[in-house]
Design a protein around this ligand. Structure first.
Ligand code: F6P
Length: 323
C-alpha cells in the first residue's frame, strides 16, 4: 500500500476532523501518502483531492464540522458517477479509500467495494443509527448540545409554568430524542419507533400539570409521525386542556455545529487509527465501529441500506422515569 485517500460524506458530525487527523497520521506512520477528498463523494466523482501532511491536520482535533467539506452527491447515485469516482481514484494512484460518514455514506462505500475498490468505513453521524457500532462519532456531542438546550428551556419553562415541545434531529431514528429525554428529565418523548398521537402527548402534559410539576418538557424526534409543529397545531386546533401554556423550540442544525467533546475526539481518534490498521492487514469492505469498549469491524454488506434499531433498555426506562 502506498497511497490512500480519506473523505467525509453526508451530514457533518462533531469529531469528523479528529477522525481525518487520525487517518492521516496513522497513514503517514506507515510511510504512506494520504490524500484528502474535498466535499465527499462529489469530490471523488470530480477527482478533487489534495495531499495531506502531518501539519495539514494540526489544529483541527477540537473543531466541529469537517475541514474537507461534505456533500450529498446526486452524481454518485448513478452508475456512471460511481465509475467516474473509481476512475479518479485510479488516475491519482490511490490504492485504498477511507469513508467517514453515516448510513448513506457507508452504503456508497459498499458500492465502491463491490466495484473492486479497497474501502474501509468509519462510523460517523449524529443520528447513531448505524449498524456495526454501539456509538457513532458525533452523537454524544449532539446529545450534549440538546441537553444544554433542554436545561436552559427548563428554567424559563418553570418560571412561566409552561410546556415546551423540543424537536431534535435524528432523521428516522429516535436515539437522540430518547437519550435526550432520559438524560434531560423530560416528561414525554415522541419518536419514530413508537407511534404517539398528539392526544397522548396532551394527556402526558396535562398529567404532569396535575401532579404539580412546574413545567413539562416534551422531546420530539424530527422523524416522528407527528413532529413538534404538528403536535403544537393539534393543541391549538383542539383547544387541548394542558394546564400549561405551550412553546415550541426546533433545535435543527445547532445540534451538529458544536466542537466535539472528549468522548467523540477519543472515539474518532481510535476509529481513525483502526481504519488504517484494517488497510495494513488487508481487511477491506468493512466498517470500523465500537463494540462494547473495543473496536470491531463489520462487513459493509451487513450494514448497507439498513439501520440500527433502538436498544430495548432505553425504551423500557424512559416511561418509568417520566413520573
Ligand atoms: O444525518 C444527520 C442529519 O443531521 C439528520 O439528523 C438530519 O435529518 C439531516 O442530517 C439533515 O440533513 P441536511 O443537513 O442535509 O439538512
Amino acid at each position: 500500500m502506498k497511497r490512500i485517500a480519506v473523505l467525509t460524506s453526508g451530514g457533518d458530525a462533531p469529531g469528523m476532523n479528529a477522525a481525518i487527523r487520525a487517518v492521516v497520521r496513522a497513514g503517514i506512520h506507515q510511510d504512506w501518502q494520504v490524500k484528502g477528498v474535498l466535499n465527499g463523494y462529489a469530490g471523488l466523482v470530480s477527482g478533487a483531492m489534495r495531499p495531506l501532511g502531518l501539519r495539514d491536520v494540526g489544529g483541527i482535533l477540537w473543531r466541529g464540522g469537517t475541514f474537507l467539506g461534505s456533500a450529498r452527491c446526486l452524481d454518485f447515485k448513478t452508475e456512471a458517477g460511481r465509475q467516474q469516482a473509481v476512475d479518479a481514484l485510479a488516475a491519482q494512484g490511490v490504492d485504498a479509500l477511507v469513508v467517514i460518514g453515516g448510513n448513506g455514506s457507508q452504503t456508497g462505500a459498499h458500492m465502491l467495494s463491490q466495484m473492486g475498490v479497497p474501502v474501509v468505513g468509519i462510523a460517523s453521524t449524529i443520528d447513531n443509527d448505524l449498524l456495526g457500532t454501539d456509538m457513532t462519532i458525533g452523537a454524544t456531542t449532539a446529545l450534549n448540545i440538546a441537553l444544554e438546550a433542554i436545561d436552559r428551556l427548563k428554567t424559563t419553562a418553570s418560571s412561566h409554568r409552561r410546556a415546551f415541545l423540543v424537536e431534535v434531529m435524528g432523521r428516522d431514528c429516535g436515539y437522540l430524542a430518547l437519550a435526550a429525554a432520559i438524560a434531560g428529565g423530560a416528561e414525554c418523548v415522541v419518536i419514530p419507533e413508537v407511534e404517539t398521537r398528539p392526544e397522548e402527548v396532551a394527556a402526558a402534559v396535562h398529567e404532569a400539570y396535575m401532579r404539580g410539576k412546574p413545567h413539562a418538557l416534551v422531546v420530539v424526534a424530527e422523524g416522528a409521525k407527528f413532529d413538534a409543529a404538528e403536535i403544537a397545531r393539534h393543541f391549538v386546533d383542539n383547544k387541548a386542556d394542558l394546564g400549561f401554556g405551550v412553546r415550541t423550540t426546533i433545535l435543527g442544525h445547532v445540534q451538529r455545529g458544536g466542537n466535539p467533546g472528549a468522548y467523540d475526539r477519543l472515539l474518532a481518534s481510535r476509529l481513525g487509527v483502526a481504519a488504517v490498521d484494517c488497510l495494513v492487514r488487508g481487511e477491506f469492505g468493512v466498517l470500523v465501529g465500537l463494540r462494547g469498549h473495543t473496536i470491531g469491524t463489520t462487513p459493509l454488506d451487513e450494514i448497507a441500506g439498513r439501520t440500527k434499531p433502538l436498544g430495548p433498555e432505553l425504551l423500557r426506562i424512559a416511561p418509568i422515569l417520566q413520573a
